[in-house]
Design a protein around this ligand. Sequence first.
Ligand code: PHE
Length: 445
Amino acid sequence: MAASRGEFSSRLGFILAAAGSAVGLGNIWGFPSQVAANGGAAFVLVYLLLAFLIAYPVLMTELAIGRFAKANTLAALKKLSIGPLSRFLSTVFGYLGVAVAALILSFYGVIAGLMLGQCLRSLLALFAVEPGLLSGTGASIFFTLVFMVLTLAIVLKGVSAGIEAWSRCLMPMLIVLLLVLIAIVLNQTGAKQGLKAYLLPDVSKLWQGELMLSAMGQVFFSLSLGVGTMLIYGSYISHRESLPKLGAWVTLVDVAIAFLAGLLIIPAMYVAMSNGVEIFDADGNLLASSQLVFVVLPELFKSLGSFGTLLSALFFAMLVLASLTSSISMLEVPVATLSEQIGIERKKAGIISVSVISALSVLLIWQGDALFELAVTASTEYGQPLMGLVFSIYLGWLWQRQSLLKELQQGSPHIAATLFWRLWPVYVKYICPLIILLIFYSSLP
Ligand code: PHE
């Protein structure tokens, strides 16, 4: 993103950048792992419901606030405030968003680093070179740091043109490759059982608080909500554009790619199990859910011989690129906030943020699974939905009606859009906070 408040050059440019932020490890690593850990199709169904009931409206909230305020989260919430308390809380929530973004990036970098390692291993295997040094804690730290430096470099260069161009070919390629892999997996033994587990929900499991909390966290994570990313991206959208349409595209692309990733990985998991790979422990709990993709996919690629090695290199390279278009949008949150609010120069703000976040990543690698899972849960299941609640309340309860309506009508002159806009503020005011609070409540022990 450029430092000055520019605008996206075209509608497609925005969709690509926002979809680039949304599509990433959340879709291909997070979603299938959550499906496997939460009993399969019931999770998929709740996820899809929440995507439309809560994620899309919150996405619209962030985009509308961002486009109206043309500022980072802290300044934007301040602009909507009416009175000293809400002004003070704007600062608190502005920095909370920064903290959540930083925490997410700290574990995101670790997983993206593993993807990078996996990609290099496949490349080396293609040339029949032994990848001896590429695993273990040291390698993991190394690849995480490489990923962080790449993220920083792109953010500092000012990225909009480059990212738009990248995402333009990345997204279709990713979809094609997923489809090819799905076709291959579905022909293997065991895949049918996986397909059933993925598509036929056990309805008795639907309304469990834990499951709903996980699905809510996952949908917020996958659509990059509740950290200020989409708010900042919204601030770059021109007033001629229709927000509901833009938001709908981003949501659809994101949900579709997550769904395809599940359609690949859950059947592949059952194929691996029928080949004797252990995925669940004796109590039926998933062994290290964050590792699922790294167990299941290499098994699949191995079964395809050297063609599989090629596909593997390609697939993991694409995942690293998709992760970069997400990680830059996370890093933009602390960088924009530190530079616009405190006046630290962008370059310095970037270096400070990446140093702190990388130190956190190293700690997560060192401490192992428990702390890692805690970082994931704290940021995605609690931090992001909480910030979604904050955005809904600021928009629904504080933003003055006249100015809200004026903002909403821009770029959406058609009747359908107007009807949408008439209902939507009421939905955000009452229903969004209610759903989020209910899910928080139902997950209490
Ligand atoms: N949505 C991204 C993904 O699915 C992750 C992300 C979260 C990006 C929060 C920005 C902010 O990979």
